[in-house]
Design a protein around this ligand. Sequence first.
Ligand code: AP5
Length: 213
Amino acid sequence: MIVVLVGPPGAGKGTQAKVVCALFEIPQISTGDMLRAAKKAGTLDRKYLEIMDAGGLVPDEAMIELIDRRIDESDCARGFLLDGFPRTVPQAQALDALLAKRGRKLDAVIQLDVPRSLLEERLTGRRTDKTSGQIYHLVYNPPPAGAELEHRADDRPETVGKRLDSYEAMTAALLPYYDKAGLLRRVDGVGKPEEVTERALAALPSGTVRKAE
Ligand code: AP5
């Protein structure tokens, strides 16, 4: 199964991706996580770091190159879930070409819908476990006592608005691209995370193999 998860910053892509990937035993490929890992390792180009921290989009070519290499890794053989890629029509077209070159194709694009009024609160309250990467929220999913937490640089209130604006601008073209291809499935992202998971699973194409429970 090859699936793309799209949705605005804070929609719950990372939260849902972890559950779906565990269930299907496929890797989560998050371009945001890959960029943050490079930032931590000190290998991220300074100009990309500045773009990210300011809430902008890293250039398409850099992101496409990252995905081109990643999907050849052995853990992607049974499928994978893309979280945060593609974000633009050129990225979506490049993904189609990368998959076609390998004789593979996308099964579905799941769009998580959450109104903007809820997103700012979700983002500014998010904290991530430094070691495990587990995502928490100070109110909705409080971290355990003693956890070592990180607050993402781009989750500060002054950056969040810019990220939401850039998402709205970019999806104006990306979502119709996938709708036209018959791949887009909209899922209501409001409610308890477990409820959203059930809706996302129901939106996956029938016939996709789910790990035996
Ligand atoms: P990326 O890391 O992809 O960030 P994003 O798309 O902005 O998404 P987020 O990670 O902020 O949110 P999410 O939807 O995963 O929500 P989460 O599950 O954490 O990208 C970061 C940056 O990298 C970009 O801005 C860009 O600069 C660059 N980049 C990455 N990919 C790129 C690309 N392809 N092209 C160009 N640039 C790229 O949940 C958020 C919070 O809400 C958490 O606290 C969580 O606990 C809580 N929550 C989740 N679900 C619920 C629920 N149902 N109810 C209540 N709270 C909930």
